[in-house]
Structure formats: C-alpha cells, structure tokens
Ligand binder design. Structure first.
Ligand code: C5P
Length: 410
C-alpha cells in the first residue's frame, strides 16, 4: 500500500450516524501508512469523540474548540496546506452546501476553503435529502470543481426509510482516495489491461482442467496500476479475491474467452500485463453431458489452447482501422512461472512471444508463486537487461513491475 505511505491525509467527520464508519476509515488509512489528522464538526462530536480517532491514528483529532484556541490563526491554514488529500466522510448535506458556497463557519469548512489539495467527499444523509434539488445543485458544483464524490449507496437509512443516502463502505472510500492520489502519478490517462487467475477448461458440464493460480499477483498488479493513476481493465477467471476499487472487471473462464477479452481490450490499451496462468492444453472435446463412472475411465484427448501473448505480441503496433482489434499495446509483459531452469526458460519465452518484459517467477519454494502472499521474481527486458528482486510482498512486486511499465511507456 505504498501510495498511502507517509501521505498526509486530513479526514473531516461531520454529524451523521455514519460517523462510526469514519473510525474504520481512519484505521485503514493509518494501517496503510498514512498520517491521518481528523477534524470533527460539533455535530460529529454528538456521535463519536476525538478520542475514538486519536486512538486509531495515534495523532491529534481537532474540534471546533481548536478554532478559538491560541493557535487558531495558523491551524486552519496549516492543516489545509500540509495535506496531500482532504476526505470528508461522512459528509452531511449541510457541509456539502457550505463547501459548495464557500462558507467557512467551523474548523472543517474554514480548513477546506484554505486547502488546495484533492477533495474526496462521501455523502451521507437521510431519505430525500440527497435527491433534493439544492443538494443536487451543490453536488454538481463540487463535481465541476474537481471533487471526487463516493456514493452515497442505496439501502436502509437511519430513519428506517429505504433510499439513497448511506455512506459508502470505508473500503470503497479508501479505494477512491487511492485513485484520487493516483491522478498525479505516472500512469494517469494510460489504459492498462491486467489478466489474472487460472483458466478453467471444461471437460464436461461439471469438470474443468485448471491450475493453482490464486490470482493474488494479478489483483495486486491491478491495484498497483490504479495507484499509479491508470484506467485498469482486469480480465480475470473466478477467484476468492475482491476486485480493487476502480478496476473494471471482465469475467472469463477459458483461455478462449480470455483471448477474446484481451484482444478486444487491447485495441485501445497502452500496456498488457499478462499475469494469468493460461492453460497450454485443453480437452479437445467437451462432453455435452456429465461423464458417468459406469461408462469406464474416459480417454481425454488434449489440444493446444490459444497462446494469447503470442497472438497479441505478434501484432504490429499500428494496423488499419479494420484491424483495430488486433493492436499491439506499446508494452506487453508476460510471466514465466517455472520450477526449474527459470531464467533460461523465461528468456526463451521473452523472445518467442516478442515481449518487452518478462517476469520470471520461481515457484519451486513455498514463499513464492501460486497462492503465497510473497513472491521472488527477476525482470528480464527485451534489450537484455536483468533485474533480480528480493523476496517481497506481492503488492510490492506489483508496484515495482508497474513502475517499470510506466518507465517503458515514457
Ligand atoms: O507459455 P507459457 O505458459 O510458459 O508462458 C507464460 C506467459 O504466457 C504468461 O504471461 C501467460 O499469461 C501467457 N500465456 C498465454 N497464453 C497461453 C499460455 C500462457 O498468453 N496459452
């Protein structure tokens, strides 16, 4: 989670019952390495206390009483200026109205007015208030000025009504904060296609040939691309993982489906990161009905599955419009998961698949490769350069890889 490491985040909490969710958000931000300062409005203090936030952030939480203290004249300017991002979650209709109109009658709104950093707002309000013309007009003003609005979600509201007004979940708000920070990063405005998971090749309606890929490295790569500001398309087989906030998921199962999705998405992509464990072989015939034990042990004939990377990396950079779907992204990256002769196999694949970069992945130890939280990889470049990375978390490996992709795209 290095995008948040040492970032200075200012969290504004306003008077909504959803204020309890803000404590979770403060905790998540802190765990991700951010320095979180909190400002509570007077109404927020009715729901939660400064101590709640100080306990999870280890830093001071400010209230309106600080507005009238000795340091007041510098506090609002200082807080607003030293911060990388201001997030107001939950944000009431009242605070949204104040922000839209430039009112500055409490520590939070005075700080927001002085701040020049990105602003993320997670509205929370009761039935009808969000749809009210005044709130919608304020929302439009804030969006027009560049604020990121997260939610609100539909569901049960505190009043018992069903409707739009619930504050989005902290994980969603956190994801949108990461995206807002990423807008200044190297992959902003770039489209990155990431594949993840192990393909499933059907034998009959109930059985598949698959592999041990967990999708963890691919999902971490998608998150790293989002953190660097990219528009991310994640083409994935079913996994137990949560899709990173902001990634567009294209669900697939077979190598054939993955190939079609990759070719379609590559038409306007800047880079393809092919982390999926794609089948090399698949059953030649798929039984229409479940194969029965009473019919004896089946003989399964295999055929080659499509080699997606070979197809994409073989395309020329710019083809005619008619061949628009056969475009090679500027950077094409593959993975080589090997249990022996790692670098030889990887560099052979780098050449045969015409790649810009291959990530050689030693799967012979339990702390790397399939299912592990960590990975040990070597990056091999088309120009012969080689970079070995130590054992790292898959998220750290992902960050190094995506920063390398960004450099190759420069
Ligand atoms: O051919 P091999 O499986 O050894 O190469 C691994 C790399 O090629 C991975 O990046 C994988 O996603 C990709 N691949 C592919 N199509 C296949 C098999 C692998 O694109 N049928």
């Amino acid at each position: 989670m290095s995008i948040l490491k040492d970032k200075h985040i200012l969290l504004g909490v306003t008077g909504s019952i959803a204020a309890y969710k803000a404590a979770d958000l403060a905790s998540k931000l802190t765990q991700a390495g951010a320095q979180v300062d909190v400002i509570l409005t007077t109404a927020a203090e009715k729901f939660v206390t400064p101590l709640t936030f100080q306990s999870v952030t280890g830093r001071r939480a400010y209230t309106d009483s600080d507005l009238w203290g000795g340091e007041a004249h510098v506090l609002h300017v200082g807080l607003g200026h030293s911060t990388d991002l201001l997030v107001i979650a939950p944000c009431t209709a009242d605070t949204m109205a104040k922000l839209a109109h430039g009112l500055a009658d409490n520590l939070l709104t005075v700080t927001a007015l002085a701040a020049t950093c990105p602003l993320v707002i997670a509205p929370a309000m009761d039935g009808g208030m969000f749809d009210a013309p005044a709130t919608q007009a304020n929302l439009a003003t804030l969006i027009e000025r560049g604020a990121t609005i997260v939610g609100p979600a539909e569901g049960h509201l505190a009043s018992g009504l069903l409707g739009k007004g619930r504050m989005s979940e902290p994980a969603e708000v956190l994801g949108r904060i990461r995206m807002a920070l990423g807008k200044k990063e190297k992959l902003a405005d770039k489209k990155i296609v990431v594949t993840a998971g192990g393909t499933q090749e059907p034998l009959d309606p109930v059985r598949v040939l698959t592999n041990h890929s967990s999708g963890k490295q691919g999902y971490a790569l998608a998150q790293a691309a989002l953190d660097l500001g990219a528009d991310v398309c994640l083409i994935s087989t079913p996994t137990a993982l949560t899709v990173p906030v902001g990634a567009r998921l294209v669900p697939v199962r077979t190598a054939e489906e993955m190939k079609n999705a990759v070719l379609a998405e590559c038409a306007d992509a800047d880079a393809l990161v092919m982390a999926a464990a794609v089948a090399d072989f698949r059953p030649k015939h798929v039984a229409a009905d479940k194969m029965k034990k009473r019919d004896g042990i089946p003989q399964i004939e295999l055929e080659a599955a499509p080699d997606i990377l070979k197809a994409v990396a073989g395309f020329r950079l710019a083809l005619s419009e008619a061949e628009g779907s056969k475009k090679r992204p500027r950077v094409v990256l593959g993975f080589a998961a090997e249990s022996r002769d790692l670098l030889d196999n990887a560099s052979e694949k780098l050449k045969s698949k015409n790649l810009d970069l291959i990530v050689a992945n030693d799967i012979s130890t339990v702390d790397a490769g399939f299912g592990a939280e960590t990975n040990r990889v070597t990056l091999l470049f088309a120009d012969g350069r080689k970079e070995s990375l130590p054992l790292m978390d898959k998220s750290e490996v992902a960050e190094v890889i995506l920063r390398t992709v960004a450099t190759l795209l420069e």
